[in-house]
Design a protein around this ligand. Structure first.
Ligand SMILES: [Mn+2]
Length: 248
């Protein structure tokens, strides 16, 4: 069983290079399951019966994957906190985190907006909360879309380069989860691809699709892959001496 984990696609327009590359990846990459690890679309709202038109080509490609017998899981990110009913109607499974065992290693994958400060946590809770959902329903998709698009523009402008404090928070979170008995923790959100040995296990930072075209593959171990023009250009695996991954 081979699962492909990909995060931070930040899809916004159907003709952007990273959207077209994703369609090529979906059509050609050999895998049995896809885990979309959050921030799939830049302006997503989990409507029950509607999707934004720019999302249609990728949703159709994901639906084709499901029709072909593959699994598609969507783990929420901060830009898509509630993937929603319309995606589920297409057969996409929504889960708060993805867990698996591979080669004897216990693996957890989350989006990576972890250990946030109190301000961010309150904002996240407000966005996910019932009053916001009721307001969105009252306004409807056409009036909510410009708000989502504007929020996406603002967060893109605020995010220049890797954020050292975010990287440190992610490492702290991963170390805590590894201490609880996990062997490998995969996350995205910080757009900083890399495989890192930590005390007690391995941190796999998926990086991002929008900039690095990086993603992870889980079969008997976890590998980080970079992809260019339909070719794998770089592979980074876990340190060989790690417990739990020795069998290969
Ligand atoms: Mn994110």
């Amino acid at each position: 069983m081979r699962t492909t984990l990909i995060s931070d696609l930040h899809l916004a327009e159907p003709d952007q290079a990273h959207a077209l590359d994703l369609l090529r990846l979906l059509a050609t990459w050999p895998t049995e399951a896809w885990v979309l690890l959050g921030d799939v679309f830049d302006d997503w709202w989990g409507w029950e019966h509607s999707v934004y038109v720019h999302a249609v080509p990728v949703l159709a490609a994901l639906h084709a994957q499901i029709r072909a017998g593959r699994t598609v899981v969507w783990v929420p990110g901060n830009r898509d906190p509630r993937p929603g009913g319309a995606a589920q109607r297409l057969g996409i499974e929504v889960r708060s985190a993805w867990r698996a065992e591979a080669g004897g290693a216990q693996i957890l994958a989350v989006h990576g907006d972890v250990e946030a400060g109190i301000g961010q946590r309150l904002l996240d809770r407000a966005i996910r909360g019932r009053p916001t959902r009721a307001l969105a329903r009252a306004l409807g998709p056409e009036r909510v879309w410009p708000v989502l698009r504007r929020a996406g523009d603002l967060s893109r402008r605020a995010n220049h380069g890797p954020d050292p404090s975010l990287i440190a928070r992610q490492a702290r979170y991963v170390d805590r989860r590894l201490a609880e008995g996990l062997d490998i923790v995969c996350l995205g959100h910080s757009h900083a691809p890399g495989v890192q040995a930590r005390p007690g296990g391995t941190l796999v930072n998926l990086g991002d699709w929008v900039g690095h075209r990086s993603f992870a593959v889980v079969d008997r171990e976890v590998r980080l892959i970079r992809w260019r023009d339909g070719e794998v250009v770089e592979i980074d695996g876990p340190p060989r001496s790690r417990r739990g991954c020795g069998g290969g």
